[in-house]
Design a protein around this ligand. Structure first.
Ligand SMILES: [Fe+2]
Length: 332
């Protein structure tokens, strides 16, 4: 069904709503009549979304509801709060859960980059821990998450992609639950230092000048500064933020660490960060296909990576080779 676009309303999946909870924002149905389409209030935000209302949607096969655009924030807060219930819901498929997790993560990281203070940083940490629970609980989650790729590059979509692929890769090479949680949290936060860099440089089309490159190179340390200012205890988060541009041969930044000095999480982050940057469209370059990205990384950037880990990454991507499987693209 082709849905009418409205500047004031935003579509949501009705499967993301838990019966007998308060959603926090008004829910609308789009009703088509002879006089045109109208949005009709279905449930008030301050009322309980009763089971009967949920059942009615299932019965009538209504998968989309609408909220006012101004209420998007409240809706995403609702998703974050109800994360555990959503991922435990046996009526939802892995693909449905993944879509919900991915859109909530994207919104969260968007918030984080708009306002990188302790509140949103803490939310990100909690969310990352829940996201790892999802990946560990649901055997199909990995497959669903890998199918989702955001085609357009934004710092926040990049962070979510890197977190999804990175966490799954880290799991595949044997990281345990606690390490995975720290890793996922760190990787969602890894570019937070960019919030202290001018958008003129971040969004510049064309090549950066030498001075601009030097400024850009400060983002790992600026990120660590932001994390330390929160007063929250971080470990993996600091490692990944500081080390995701360090190269295996010591040519990276900010500290020119060599392979023996780079933490495993930093090495994984380095690989995934490059991989995702190449496979998404940016202001200055088109996206390349995953296979072409691996070829380019192997040809031109091998000195940046831990060779064994890079081999593992190629193997990890193997079953998901796009030549064998169609990926789902979400346009952010
Ligand atoms: Fe970075």
């Amino acid at each position: 069904m082709e849905l009418e676009k409205s500047p004031d309303y935003f579509p949501i999946d009705s499967s993301s709503l838990r019966a007998d909870t308060k959603i926090g924002c008004d829910l609308y149905l789009l009703v088509k009549g002879s006089a045109g389409s109208r949005y009709i209030l279905y449930c008030r935000g301050d009322a309980v979304f009763e089971n009967s209302k949920s059942e009615m949607l299932l019965e009538k096969n209504i998968s989309r509801l609408f909220i006012k655009k101004d209420d998007q924030q409240k809706y995403y807060e609702y998703l974050e709060t109800n994360f555990q219930n959503i991922i435990s819901d046996t009526r939802l498929s892995s693909d449905e859960k993944t879509k919900i997790v991915h859109s909530a993560a994207t919104n969260l990281v968007k918030d984080l980059f708009n306002d990188p203070r302790s509140g949103s940083i803490e939310r990100t940490k909690t969310f990352a821990y829940n996201m790892v629970d999802f990946v560990l609980k649901d055997s199909h989650a990995a497959h669903s998450l890998l199918k989702i790729a955001v085609h357009e590059y934004y710092t926040y979509t990049h962070s979510v992609n890197v977190a999804s692929v990175g966490t799954l890769f880290a799991k595949s090479i044997g990281l345990e639950e606690d390490d995975l949680k720290g890793f996922c949290s760190g990787i969602l936060l890894h570019d937070i230092g960019k919030t202290r860099i001018s958008t003129d440089i971040l969004n510049k089309k064309g090549k950066l000048t030498k001075e601009e490159i030097e400024i850009m190179k400060k983002h790992p340390e600026l990120g660590a500064e932001i994390l330390n200012e929160t007063g929250i205890e971080f470990k993996e988060e600091l490692i990944i933020t500081l080390q995701h541009h360090e190269n295996d041969d010591g040519s990276g930044y900010p500290n020119g660490l060599n392979t023996g000095e780079i933490h495993l999480s930093g090495k994984i982050a380095r690989i995934i960060d490059v991989y995702d940057a190449l496979t998404t469209k940016r202001s200055y370059a088109d996206a390349v296909r995953p296979f072409a990205a691996i070829v380019e990384m192997n040809k031109k950037m091998l000195h940046c990576f831990d060779k064994e880990l890079f081999k593992e990454f190629i193997q990890f991507l193997g079953p998901y080779d796009p030549r064998k499987e169609q990926r789902t693209y979400i346009y952010a």
